[in-house]
Design a binder for this molecule. Structure first.
Ligand code: ZN
Length: 65
């Protein structure tokens, strides 16, 4: 039995790759203090302005800049 326990890969802070802004197709400009904040605000925006549209964190960060 392999005694090595796989630890989840931790996403370190990728310097210079922090995305804090997102331009929603509806024209809304969403800005966060960091990626977590941006994801939260984007999901809140989607919930109130685009019911039915859901993006997970990766998708949000993919279209963020
Ligand atoms: Zn929107």
């Amino acid at each position: 039995m392999d005694s090595m326990v796989r630890t989840p890969v931790r996403h370190g802070r990728r310097l210079g790759a922090m995305k804090t802004q997102l331009h929603c197709p509806c024209g809304e400009h969403i800005r966060g203090t960091d990626e977590d904040d941006l994801v939260e605000k984007t999901q809140a925006h989607l919930a109130s302005e685009h019911p039915g549209m859901t993006y997970d964190r990766e998708q949000i960060l993919f279209i963020a800049h």
